[in-house]
Design a protein around this ligand. Structure first.
Ligand SMILES: [Zn+2]
Length: 218
């Protein structure tokens, strides 16, 4: 992962990742959400030139296991081995910080990284999807930590944010917020803050369609 960070500036990474969400993931999420799946998607990009190898979206309508990340991984490995890049040459993009299922699936698939846009706290508060933090809290030995206190929006969440290793020999996990913070020029940083905010707002509107569909079904 550090090789990709050396190859590309934070702004080049954010340009490629935002474009991938807007042009590759969002158009797939819209019909999937309309059909009853949750929003959130994922994509696999080459570290070398940030080109998109494969992108897809949540397919929970078909199975509760097909979150955006697990479905994308399944589809990626169905590409014949001689026609897809090696996993160690790829970045894993996910629209949101991966749940325990997907975090493990990304690692079990051999990726040494993932980059995400929405945090657990945003998924919990903005989209009212509580499963990620609830499962960490109910199943794993999740302890309050410094990162949790800083990142959380209230005292309750501070106690349940998982303290997975964001930097290790096995994994580098990066948020869009960290990429934004790494932009040194303040004017450029403000420009990219606005850009990410636009992508978040646009993609996040799908949650309204999801809630509408769910309330119609109930
Ligand atoms: Zn998941």
């Amino acid at each position: 992962m550090t090789d990709a960070l050396k190859l590309h500036s934070p702004t080049a990474l954010l340009d490629a990742l935002c474009t991938c969400i807007e042009k590759d993931i969002h158009p797939l999420s819209t019909p999937a959400v309309a059909a009853g799946s949750k929003l959130f998607g994922a994509a696999i990009l080459r570290k070398s030139d940030l080109s998109v190898v494969y992108a897809d979206t949540n397919q929970e309508r078909g199975s509760p296991l097909w979150h955006g990340e697990t479905w994308t991984l399944k589809q990626f490995f169905e590409i014949p081995a001689d026609q897809r890049p090696q996993v160690d040459g790829c970045l894993f993009l996910t629209t949101h910080e991966p749940c325990s299922l997907c975090l493990s699936a990304i690692l079990w698939s051999g990726f040494d990284n993932f980059i995400y846009m929405y945090t657990y706290e945003e998924t919990h508060h903005v989209f009212e999807c509580n499963g990620d933090l609830d499962i960490f809290n109910d199943v794993f030995n999740v302890r309050q930590g410094e990162t949790g206190r800083q990142a959380s929006l209230d005292g309750k969440l501070a106690q349940i944010r998982p303290q997975y290793k964001l930097r290790s020999s096995r994994l580098v996990a990066l948020s869009f917020a960290e990429l934004l913070a790494a932009i040194t020029d303040k004017m450029t940083q403000a420009e990219y803050l606005a850009k990410v905010s636009r992508v978040k707002t646009s993609y996040g509107r799908l949650s309204e369609a999801y809630r509408r569909n769910m309330s119609v079904e109930e």
